[in-house]
Design a protein around this ligand. Structure first.
Ligand code: AGP
Length: 609
């Protein structure tokens, strides 16, 4: 949430910062700004405004030169998206410029104190106080001034600071919001996300919480907030920069990411399946067989779609390993003073590895002595680093706000976990091998489904006309319905509600008429007949139906759009049922002419509570 970039080196900073911001826009896109510093003695130049990075680029003053600078793309927390609230924020004399990601919890107290002291606050933001506090510090160094200001602040932050009196440096600090330093040739970069760095360098250092750094054109140093040195070193990472390039020919990352799934699913499975013993090998869990056998419960925590996939994962664990498992929204978990049990395995699931609610849940569990593993996509992210072990999802960079390929790999991560847990318990070798064969079939089956995009686009066109829709499913299908509704509402802004098919008659059926379509999940399973019965009840009330089902399901004389998905092992059904729902949401949003990758009010990583 909110993107930060910084550059110091031999090139003009302005255009590099704007390019970096364009690549970070998925983190927040309601306003953007940059500040640059020229040669010693020259004034700080700031350009910022509400709107997208492209608006800022078009409006950038002609004379905007400087080889040091910082930039920001905002997702509003304090105050609406206005020019004044856009970052960077400055002090009254315009010596200091600050960009910030996070939330300053004691901002209103600090704003009051500053105002009482005669400071004229020109924005509604929490961040502005930082600029004034840095300006008021009497330390001789910029590092000291920033540390003085941070000492007064409660909350989370990734910050980058430039100062007209110290034009040879950028000072950055992290507490809860990611910051990555990129080492170039006679230049240094900093950003809140690798997306902004990989075009320039793959030699990077992740700052730790509580750590600060000074970047000069020739290198960087890291230290704690008491200014004592730390030993953070840059490492070269293996990453394909083109993975962060703009979306496919339609221009959408979401479409590209949906179509990457045949390959990305192969990556999460690669090297982890043991066909001989019908099990999975997950070395990163950091648990031996005795510890694995001692697990009595599995508790999965995630937010939004990661929570819904967590529910799919809980079913997998219960079915395959016969361990009681459930999923809970990480955002609620720690507020109900949960009982942390030593024989429970806690699983945090997150694409970004940054979601603050999930991170705080992990910290709460670990504080109370619980063991947490992470199912995380972004390598080296805060959640990955905080956990006792984990499974990297290897989905590759995911840029679209609506998550697709990462969720699919989360499901497969749970399948691998359930397989490994199951095989040290009662899961037979035959069942283990059956599951492995099913997992190996999945990439091709996903590819097969994606080839039927036109069919799904047609169905989506009808759904796009409705103001309100239901997504329904039962047991394994219910989390799929929740995820389908989530994806649809997220990018089409239509009201989409998920319900258990079995619960329809207990209330929501009252809403069904010809204007309210239902997307129903009717796989071949022990509930098929009951589900088909419910479809007829909806049709009898003239409710339009899209039924996502298997070829062998007999829907009778039902008036419905039918989408058959390939059959796999029943435990793996949820993921093949989910793929068409991604395309339904995508094509409905496309038809409505919406900005698919950057839906209103949302951001890719939710780093504020
Ligand atoms: C998914 O489409 C959503 N954008 C959102 O619900 C997301 O899954 C959630 O915010 C969790 O993100 P994470 O996986 O990065 O933790």
């Amino acid at each position: 949430m909110c993107g930060i970039v910084g550059y110091i080196g031999t090139q003009q900073a302005g255009h590099l910062l704007l390019e970096g911001l364009t690549r970070l826009e998925h983190r927040g896109y309601d306003s953007a700004g940059v500040a640059v510093l020229g040669a010693s003695g020259s004034a700080l130049k700031v350009a910022k405004q509400a709107g997208r990075v492209r608006d800022l680029t078009e409006g950038l003053p002609k004379r905007f030169s400087g080889r040091v600078g910082i930039g920001h793309t905002r997702w509003a927390t304090h105050g609406p998206a206005t020019d004044a609230n856009a970052h960077p924020h400055t002090d009254a004399k315009r010596d200091v410029a600050v960009v910030h990601n996070g939330i300053i919890d004691n901002a209103s107290t600090l704003r009051r104190l500053l105002a009482d002291d005669g400071v004229d606050l020109v924005s509604d933001t929490d961040t502005e106080v930082l600029a004034h506090l840095i300006a008021r510090s009497e330390s001789d160094t910029l590092e000291g001034r920033v540390a003085d200001a941070l000492a007064l602040i409660e909350g989370t932050y990734g910050v980058a600071v430039v100062h007209a009196d110290f034009p040879d440096r950028i000072v950055v600090a992290r507490n809860g919001s990611p910051l990555i330093i990129g080492v170039g040739d006679k230049e240094m970069h900093v950003a809140s996300d690798l997306a902004a760095l990989v075009r320039y360098t793959t030699t990077v250092a992740h700052l730790d919480d509580g750590e600060m750094a000074t970047l000069t054109a020739t290198g960087f140093t890291t230290y704690r907030q008491d200014l004592t040195a730390t030993a953070n070193r840059a490492q070269t990472i293996d990453i394909d920069p083109s993975a962060y390039d703009a979306g496919d020919e339609g221009g959408s990352f979401m479409h590209r990411e949906i179509h990457e799934q045949p390959r990305s699913t192969e990556r999460v499975l690669r090297g982890r399946l043991d066909e001989r013993f019908g099990t999975a090998h997950l070395g990163g869990l950091n648990m031996d067989a005795r510890e694995t056998r001692a697990i009595r419960r599995v508790k999965i925590l995630g937010c939004g779609s990661a929570y819904y996939v967590g529910q799919m994962g809980a079913s997998l664990v219960e079915e395959l390993a016969r361990i009681p498992a459930d999923a809970e929204a990480a955002s609620e978990f720690r507020y109900r003073n949960p009982i942390i049990e030593p024989d429970t395995l806690y699983v945090a699931v997150s694409q970004s590895g940054e979601t603050i609610d999930t991170l705080l849940a992990v910290q709460e569990i670990r504080r109370k002595g619980g063991r947490v593993i992470g199912l995380v996509n972004v390598v080296g992210s805060a959640i990955a680093r905080e956990c006792d072990g984990g499974i990297y999802l290897h989905a590759g960079p995911e840029v679209a706000v609506a998550s697709t390929k990462a969720l699919t790999n989360m499901f497969l991560g749970f399948a691998l976990l359930a397989l490994q847990l199951g095989r040290v318990r009662d899961l037979s070798i035959a069942d283990g091998k059956r599951l492995i064969a099913g997992l190996n079939r999945l990439p091709e089956q996903i590819a097969e489904l994606l080839e039927r995009e036109d069919e799904l686009a047609e169905a989506a066109a009808r759904l796009a006309e409705a103001d309100s829709l239901f997504f329904i499913g039962r047991v394994r299908g219910f989390p799929v319905a929740r995820e389908g509704a989530q994806k649809f509402k997220e990018i089409t802004y239509r009201h989409a509600e998920a319900y258990q098919t079995s619960e329809l008659k207990h209330g929501p059926l009252a809403l069904i008429d010809e204007s309210v379509p239902t997307v129903a999940l009717v796989p071949t399973d022990e509930l098929t007949d009951r589900n088909v019965g419910a479809m007829h009840e909806i049709a009898a009330r003239r409710g339009p139906l899209v039924v996502v089902t298997h070829e062998d399901v007999d829907l009778g004389e039902l008036d419905a759009v039918r989408i058959d998905v390939p059959r796999n092992e029943r435990e793996l059904d949820p993921i093949l049922l989910t793929i068409p729902l991604q395309l339904l949401a995508y094509h409905a949003a496309l038809r409505l002419g919406l900005d698919i990758d950057k839906p209103r009010n949302l951001a890719k990583s939710v780093t504020v509570e």
